[in-house]
Design a protein. Structure first.
Length: 254
């Protein structure tokens, strides 16, 4: 059983072939799809996806850092309203993104911190989006660390030192297509990170692995990530799928 811990199956990029795309993933062995939120504009799409695939799809709720704008408080209220009346497997994806714009750094920090607190109150994990913001993310994790704070550092692209620091906060590392990139760099040190700290993801429709780099990603392509990790760790394809799925169960409790 393969688990894709981060895939945007509700994306408009799949509107023409969503069912076929999901079937391709199932045929490849993917049986569990964990779906991160972005903002209120995608909520109904997420719920519709869950209705169509009730036993395969697991929903998160949260406000993505790049959606933190002037109206972020109303967007946060949307998140809070839903987590108070419906069960979700995680708060995510949340975090800080300073790659495109630093205008709303203070608001991103506030939103990240508040959503971590909600996750701790609900005793559910967080899924972190971090881009050009490791120091800012770690600062807040240090403030909010707690015995029941756990989660995934989605699309981890940091250094070995940053990987170890993320793990110290009870985070798994979400590994996807970047591990297959020639300039991805994480493949140079991943073997020094025990497999117990790794989960698989695609971030579909983004970050397609080699040999599909630059094209639309989909969950079936996760097999190329598994093949790369099997080479890095010098274990079998089956071992990667088994261990990473067990790790995902540890995080999400499912």
């Amino acid at each position: 059983m393969i688990t894709d811990t981060h895939t945007h199956l509700y994306s408009e990029q799949f509107d023409q072939d969503r069912d076929a795309m999901i079937q391709r993933a199932k045929d490849a062995g993917v049986q569990r799809f964990f779906i991160p939120a972005i903002d209120s504009s995608y909520t109904e799409r997420m719920f519709s996806l869950k209705e169509n695939y009730p036993s395969d799809v697991f929903l998160m709720m949260g406000l993505h850092p790049t959606s933190v704008k002037e109206n972020f408080k109303s967007e946060l209220q949307h998140v809070k309203d839903w987590i108070d009346k419906k069960s979700f497997v995680a708060i995510g994806e949340i975090g800080i993104d300073l790659y495109w714009d630093k205008t709303f750094l203070a608001e991103q920090q506030e939103a990240f911190k508040l959503q971590i607190q909600w996750a701790k109150q609900k005793n559910i994990p967080i899924v972190i989006h971090c881009r050009d913001a490791f120091d800012e993310i770690f600062e807040i994790l240090e403030q909010e660390k707690a015995p029941n704070l756990r989660g995934i550092f989605h699309c981890f692209t940091g250094t070995l030192e940053q990987a170890k620091k993320a793990i110290s906060y009870n985070m798994k590392l979400g590994i996807g297509g970047v591990a297959t990139f020639k300039n991805g760099k994480i493949d140079t040190f991943l073997s020094q990170i025990p497999l117990q700290h790794i989960v698989l993801e695609t971030d579909a429709p983004y970050l397609a692995p080699v040999p599909f780099r630059g094209k639309r990603n989909e969950s079936s392509y996760i097999t190329h990530v598994i093949e790369k990790l099997a080479t890095i760790y010098e274990v079998s394809f089956h071992d990667i799928t088994k261990i990473t799925t067990e790790n995902s169960k540890e995080v999400f409790g499912i």
